[in-house]
Design a protein around this ligand. Structure first.
Ligand code: SF4
Length: 420
């Protein structure tokens, strides 16, 4: 059967998709890029905010509308929290809640018996030169806005040996960059007597991976020992540390385990470990009760850090969370105004970070397909180690999934790698 896989939401959802793709292929199915070619469409949904839930429903409806003949299988956080509503959406054949996710492929096979086919195109033929490996699921914390933790349950870590095997398989298939992901990645190992630190050491020692990154990592847990690992240049100097607010009083209401001073200390450790270390973040705008003074304080802190990028999430209440019941819910207009202010700051900081790196030599992993630039030409592009997206303008004969080295410059607002 031809299987199309789609997701909304976090990198963990994407990592799960990659795991399912490998399992479907192992059972003789073919993964197809276009939903309209598929016999089965699998959608991995998100429910982190009310808006994410809306987008997930939209994705499911669009998948059915685009190919009404295909069987539609839905999993993920939205499908788990709203199982009946999901099952009621037109075209949905099967709902697989998060607790059964690991068996999704066999469940699909059980209800949709398929004729084995030849092995489908590999990961790289699908434009992927980066593999997401899910190492952990669940979270022991209870941030007041977070519904994901309700949907995904207690912390569960994959065994180190299995992760090493998965990474080695992906590397043998030509993958050069691996991203370790989890709901609470920093909690890796809490249930199996290990830790993220031990896992990284094992991955660096026992796999041939060229470039190793992390998905979102909560800003508590990393210490000097963790940052010392970056002495191995295969560990890319970029972390996505979700701050969520730059105001301690808001962080307290969010029940976050990190305060601004702790966060600033993490930044110091990162920058002491590797010059040019890039820190990106998530910020929730308009959390209940966020006063104008707290908002200003938050903006000032964000600016003082100088993030390489900011993902902005306008607060939307999720039923079942404490934040949904907090007083002082903020109106749409106030949220939109704050969002615009943060957006302007984020664009400025992103430009500043790229300019700080201009003139330096970087390596970038080029992606498989070329992209069209504003002047109409086609170029390969990819991410530098510290996660700057750069176009390649050097004279070497290149192809996708290749690591190139060059000097970074900024041209027409775009980062460009040229010959040294
Ligand atoms: S640490 Fe992350 S996953 Fe856990 S409750 Fe907080 S926001 Fe949710």
């Amino acid at each position: 059967m031809r299987i199309n896989l789609q997701f909304s939401g976090c990198r963990l959802n994407e990592a799960e998709l990659q795991g399912w793709a490998a399992d479907f292929r192992a059972r003789g199915h073919v993964i197809v890029r276009d939903a309209d070619e598929a016999d089965v469409v699998v959608v991995n949904t998100c429910a982190v905010t009310g808006e994410a839930g809306r987008k997930s429903r939209q994705l499911i409806r669009r998948a059915h509308k685009g190919n009404p003949q295909a069987k539609l299988v839905v999993s993920g956080c939205y499908a788990t929290l709203e199982q009946c509503a999901t099952a009621g959406i037109e075209g949905v054949t099967l709902v697989v809640p998060n607790r059964d996710k690991d068996d999704l492929v066999s469940k699909v096979d059980a209800v949709l018996p398929a004729k084995p086919r030849s092995d489908g195109p590999g990961l790289l033929q699908h434009g992927r030169c980066r593999a997401f490996i899910k190492v952990q699921d669940g979270c022991r914390w209870r941030c007041s806005y977070c519904v994901v933790t309700l949907a995904r349950g207690a912390e569960r870590s994959a065994p180190v040996g299995r992760i090493i095997d998965q990474i080695n398989q992906r590397c043998e298939a030509g993958v050069q960059e691996v991203v370790l992901t989890g709901v609470h990645l920093g909690g890796y190992g809490s249930d199996i007597g290990s830790s993220l630190y031990e896992l990284i050491r094992a991955v660096l020692a026992d796999t041939g991976v060229q470039r190793l990154r992390f998905g979102s990592l909560e800003p508590w847990g990393p210490d000097e020992n963790f940052f010392a690992l970056f002495a191995d240049r295969r560990l890319m100097p970029h972390l996505h540390l979700p701050l969520q607010s730059g105001s301690d009083s808001v962080l307290r209401r969010m029940a976050r385990r990190c305060r601004c001073r702790d966060f600033a200390r993490l930044i110091e450790m990162a920058q002491a470990a590797v010059a040019g270390f890039n820190i990106t973040t998530d910020i929730i705008v308009g959390f209940p009760g966020e006063s104008e003074a707290e908002w200003r304080e938050g903006l000032d802190f964000v600016e003082s850090v100088g993030f390489g990028d900011v993902h902005i999430f306008p607060f939307s209440a999720r039923e079942g969370t404490r934040a949904a019941r907090l007083p002082g819910q903020i109106t749409g207009e106030a949220i939109r105004r704050r969002q615009r202010q943060l957006q302007q700051l984020a664009v400025r900081m992103r430009g500043d970070f790229v300019r700080q790196n201009a003139g330096q030599v970087h390596e970038a992993l080029l992606e498989n397909s070329q992209q069209r630039t504003t002047d109409g030409s086609f170029v390969y592009a990819g991410y530098t180690g510290n996660y700057i997206r750069a176009e390649y303008a050097g004279s070497a004969c290149v192809s996708g999934n290749r690591i190139v080295r060059g000097r970074l410059a900024v041209a027409n607002g775009r980062a460009v790698l040229s010959d040294i």
